[in-house]
Design a protein around this ligand. Structure first.
Ligand code: FMN
Length: 383
């Protein structure tokens, strides 16, 4: 039994966990989704509960050092947004080292290094997934960061560049040797992009490669059952969830409940979804101002609506959102329109219920399988 696993019986997989000197309340993590996992969304997830650590979107190390307003907006936080990791990308060792120091000074409890991003803009400068192809260089860069800060340094990677170059186990081992405190691994290669199935056996190989460092599995977890399966089959110490949290911000609480009791909580009711949707908009307005906050919310609200049942009238109206007042009108109109799909008790008639969510590694037949959140399209070489 590994020391970060507190207990494991029939249904208790674990509650809290440690990353280096850091004690976390749960082994459930919010994965960075650039453009989505900003301060308002992190606060939403934290208010609902269950998450152990949230991470910012990826931040360009150089932009942080140049004190660019956009980079600082990405790491904007508040007392309720804790504990928070800042994720950095870059390939110049001195910049990554100095940016880690800035991250620590800004209050991050850990700094995460992006080694998984497949997009060209990031890989062309030697960052993101490209770091998985140059082990010696990457390890030296990481060592510089570990030496420069007191907070834990973690790495987020894929299984490798492509199926002929599954470097994650070797890289994880080398990073563990220079003091990386945890490894996050998305169970796909860079060549896979977001397609195909998450490879649980591939994640397991990373777990086996680093017996002294916690490995956190990631990819396609959209239900508590999927989290449970990833923990069971890979032996990972925790799981990290990105897109699944957008389908269901309650997922962390539901996973925690499943792991602690063996009982599966039902999905949240419509009224609660609407309450949280409205709260999310308020936070967007607080952080980004009414105009920008509403504009950004146009792409967020449809994620909530996916679990509303019939929602095309809502989606049609919300793409024009420009004020809080307009939001209330859109919701009012939608509630009236939605009544045609309800029974006498005000519940959605069964034939209008949204299809159940199923992770790719549980069955490939699910119409709502991950991949429906915008991901880069076309051949991976052109991203
Ligand atoms: C729109 C989008 C943005 C992403 N941005 C980041 C990022 O900034 N940093 C990172 O390490 N991974 C990023 N990822 C990858 C996710 O963190 C995660 O590894 C991947 O989506 C698989 O997990 P999921 O199925 O739970 O979403 C992004 C993925 C998507 C779809």
């Amino acid at each position: 039994m590994r020391n970060w696993l507190s207990q494991r019986t029939n249904f208790v997989i674990l509650a809290g966990m440690r990353i280096g000197s850091l004690n976390l309340e749960s082994n459930l993590f919010l994965s960075p989704l650039a453009g989505y996992t900003n301060l308002p969304f992190r606060l939403i997830v934290r208010e609902i509960g269950g998450v152990g650590l949230c991470t910012t979107d990826l931040v360009n190390a150089r932009s942080l050092l140049e004190k660019r307003a956009k980079a600082f907006k990405l790491i904007e936080t508040s007392p309720a947004d804790s504990p928070l990791a800042i994720q950095l990308f870059g390939s110049v060792p001195e910049e990554m080292r100095d940016a880690a120091v800035v991250a620590a000074a800004q209050g991050a409890v850990s700094v995460d290094i992006n080694m998984g991003c497949p997009v060209r803009k990031v890989c062309n400068v030697g960052g993101g997934s490209a770091m998985m192809t140059e082990l010696t260089k990457t390890v030296a860069l990481v060592q510089g960061m570990v030496n420069a800060v007191k907070i834990p340094v973690t790495a987020k990677m894929r299984l490798g560049w492509d199926e002929d170059n599954l470097t994650a186990p070797d890289l994880a081992r080398a990073l563990a040797d220079v003091g990386v405190a945890a490894i996050f691994v998305h169970g796909r290669t860079r060549a896979q992009g977001f397609g195909g199935t998450v490879d649980l056996a591939g994640i397991r190989k990373v777990v086996e490669a680093v017996p002294t460092v916690p490995v956190i599995g990631n990819g396609d977890i959209v239900t508590p059952a999927a989290a449970r399966k990833m923990l069971d089959e890979t032996g990972c110490a925790g799981v990290s969830i990105g897109r699944g949290a957008f389908y269901d911000p309650w997922i962390f609480r539901r996973i925690r409940h499943l792991l602690q009791t063996g009982e599966l909580l039902p999905e949240e009711k419509f009224a609660e979804r609407l309450r949280v949707l409205s709260r999310h908009l308020d936070l967007m307005i607080e952080v980004f101002g009414e105009e920008l906050g509403c504009r950004m919310f146009r792409k967020i609200a449809p994620w909530y609506a996916k679990r509303f049942g019939p929602c095309h009238e809502f989606n049609k109206a919300i793409v024009h959102l420009s004020s809080r007042k307009m939001f209330l009108e859109v919701v009012d109109d939608y509630l009236r329109w939605r009544q045609q799909f309800l029974d006498d008790a005000g519940e959605l008639l069964p034939r209008f219920q949204p299809a159940p969510l199923v992770a790719s590694f549980m069955t490939s037949a699910d119409p709502l399988a991950p991949g429906k959140i915008p991901v880069p399209g076309g051949p991976v070489e052109r991203w």
